[in-house]
Each structure stands twice: as structure tokens, then as C-alpha cells.
Design a protein around this ligand. Structure first.
Ligand SMILES: [Zn+2]
Length: 275
């Protein structure tokens, strides 16, 4: 399989240059096994996303996509990269089950990952300039590393720490100790609005109608889910190849997914499953 690359909605700032091309490695069995194991033991979602993306990506703009680089990507870039990875692993289309909030009946919704609207970063990304009464701030767009730090905090504490991390300048200088405490609710709202305007985003709320009662429904999609990677099928594939070709597990896991599927296809054909 050829290398697969995508254009990030935000990008990675490195030595004053914004890099937007992210290149994936070809998916092999070892990676799939790693994703499954990470998924099973995940205790931190941002940590899990960093681990998976660092394994799946080769580089961003030619810079090796190690965990430090991957955790310094903005939230929307990480969501976008996980959605693209899910498409590579599971295909573009999948079905989600939901329950109607008015009549409570269950229904399924078909999602095409490539149809999810993506908003690209605005002017100045990854920084935003915010004018408050008597102060001009420069803020950085939140990244994966910020999410990891605030993950276990209460909402108020999380917001406080996030502001401390993301406000880089106040009137051209580093913010003074306690600056965040001096911000009013209105200031915080203003910062949030301006950051939202500059941040890229990936739409993960889907608007649909209940097929039973026609009530409008919002279905939330988990942008980090690699759900359909089925453990059973995976082991079945390894088992079939080992049985037919007598290759070692290690050798089979090193095959790219597409090459593994090619051999499985050949086995199926030689067994007369296809005409
Ligand atoms: Zn309904």
C-alpha cells in the first residue's frame, strides 16, 4: 500500500513554519494489534489518541510524528487524523445506533466520515489576538498535551489551567502571576469566542430525524473511536494465513493490511469460494 497523506485543517508549527501535510505509515498487523491493545487498556483518552497517532503516522511536514509532536497538534487536527485512520481501517461508511429523545425508540444512522464538515483554521493560527478592556492578549489554540493535563480536573480548575497554559502574552509581555484570576466572566467568554473563530474544527454532532416520530435528533459521534476493528476477525485472518502458508505469527503481523488481505483473497479463491 502506498503512503497515505492528508491535509490537516490546522497544522503543526515548527520553527515558524506551519506544516499541514500528515503522512501515515502503511497499516500492518503489528499496528492493528497495538491499536486493539491500547483500546482495551485506555485510561486516558488524550493519552490513547497520542499513542495511536504516534504509531499510525510517519511524519508531519517531514518531521517525525513522535508522541511529542502528536500531542502538540490542536484538538481538531487530532480528531481529523483519528477519523481518517478509522476510514483507513474500517471504511468510510459506518452505522451508529441511537435512541430517540422523545419517543425512546431505537434507530440506526448511516455516517459517512468523509461527509463530516471540517472547518479550516482561521487567520493567525495557531495563535489568536484578543482585545479585552485595557489588555491585548495573545493566546495559543489548545492542543492534545493541554487535554492530557486537564483531563482529570473539575470543570472550573480545568478552565483555569487551560487559560494559564494558553495565554502567552499580555500587552506584549509574559502574563504576570495570577493574571488568569483577574479575568472576568465576560473576558473568558470573549477569549473563548476568539479562540473558536481561529481554531479549526471537525463536526461531530449529526442532525437527523427519528424514523418513528420524526422528532429532530442530535447524535454525537465519538471522533476517536476505532470501533469496528474486530478482534475476532483479526485473529481469524492470522490463523488462516499461519495454517495455509505456515508463516510465523511475527511474519504475518509484519505484512501490511492490504497485502494480508491479498493473500486471504487468494486462499479464498483457491478454495473455490469465488467462481
Ligand atoms: Zn422518536
Amino acid at each position: 500500500m502506498a503512503e497515505f497523506s492528508v491535509q490537516l485543517p490546522g497544522g503543526f508549527l515548527h520553527e515558524n513554519r506551519l506544516h499541514r501535510q500528515a503522512v501515515y505509515r502503511p497499516i500492518c498487523g503489528e499496528m492493528e494489534l497495538f491499536f486493539q491493545e491500547e483500546n482495551r487498556k485506555k485510561d486516558s483518552i488524550p493519552g490513547y489518541v497520542t499513542g495511536v497517532l504516534a504509531a499510525a503516522l510517519d511524519n508531519i511536514g517531514g518531521i517525525q510524528a513522535d508522541p511529542v509532536v502528536v500531542s502538540s497538534l490542536c484538538v481538531a487536527d487530532r480528531q481529523y487524523l483519528m477519523l481518517q485512520l478509522a476510514s483507513m481501517l474500517e471504511g468510510d461508511v459506518f452505522w451508529m445506533s441511537s435512541s430517540c429523545s422523545s419517543c425512546k425508540s431505537d434507530f440506526d444512522i448511516c455516517v459517512r466520515r468523509s461527509d463530516l464538515p471540517v472547518k479550516e483554521a482561521g487567520q493567525g493560527y495557531p495563535f489568536a489576538t484578543i482585545k479585552l478592556d485595557g489588555a491585548e492578549l495573545v493566546c495559543r489554540i489548545p492542543v492534545g498535551a493541554d487535554q492530557e493535563k486537564i483531563e482529570r480536573l473539575r470543570d472550573d480548575d480545568a478552565l483555569h489551567l487551560l487559560l494559564e497554559h494558553c495565554i502567552e502574552e499580555v500587552n506584549g509581555n509574559a502574563p504576570e502571576e495570577g493574571f488568569v484570576d483577574s479575568l472576568t466572566q465576560t473576558d473568558v467568554g470573549r477569549i473563548d469566542d476568539v479562540l473558536d473563530g481561529v481554531s479549526p474544527s471537525v463536526t461531530t454532532s449529526l442532525l437527523t430525524r427519528c424514523p418513528e416520530c420524526e422528532a429532530e435528533q442530535v447524535v454525537e459521534l465519538d471522533p476517536y473511536a476505532l470501533t469496528v476493528t474486530e478482534t475476532n476477525n483479526f485473529y481469524q485472518e492470522i490463523h488462516t494465513l499461519a495454517m495455509v502458508y505456515h508463516w510465523s505469527e511475527q511474519d504475518i503481523l509484519r505484512l501490511t493490511r492490504s497485502r494480508r488481505r491479498t493473500y486471504l483473497d487468494l486462499i479464498d479463491r483457491s478454495r473455490g469460494m469465488y467462481g
